[in-house]
Write a protein that binds this ligand. Sequence first.
Ligand code: F6R
Ligand code: ZN
Length: 195
Amino acid sequence: MPSLHDNAPSTTRIRFARVEADRYDTHITRNLSSMRGQFVDEQAYRRLLAAGDALLYEVFEFKRPEVPGELLSGISVVHPGRVGDEYYMTKGHFHQVLETAEVYYCLSGRGMMVMETPEGEWSVKALEPGGILYVPPRWAHRSVNVGASEDLVTLFVYPAHAGHDYGTIERKGFRKLVVDRGNGPEVVDNPRWVS
Ligand code: F6R
Ligand code: ZN
């Protein structure tokens, strides 16, 4: 941010589009402090955290009974930014009931979904406005915002009894990371992935 006393030309972006649902039951917010150990560059993580506990993503959920036959849905908003060369991303999880799938529909922004199975397969797919991504049963999933300044906004729908297993990813990480090392988004091996 240029200071008031800086005499150089400068630009500022005003964000007009903020996606808000008319009605929702819960609003979950995830800040940098809740992502400890998830970004590879620990130094960059600590430096950023010292400057403030930035909001990385938000989820607006529409509640239903968490029983077979019901569906849970909501809107996920991942804000733009990076920790070191890694883009802001969600924690990521397996479903506790592993044999449950999920559909994501990208409403705006640019992102990537990083996925893997307990059997060792992995996949990274683009999330672009209008795109529908099907995450089959058994695939852990994490959304990553690769846009420079826009939110990544997706609608998700999944079986209400799925539940979430965050612990496996917290311990092992994902096999793949999405980073920007000066040439835009690239998928690289996670040097800290635990087999
Ligand atoms: C639900 C689901 C999404 C995510 C949301 C935030 O099964 O996949 O609603 O919960 O995108 O990501 P996490 O849950 O990984 O923090
Ligand atoms: Zn899920």
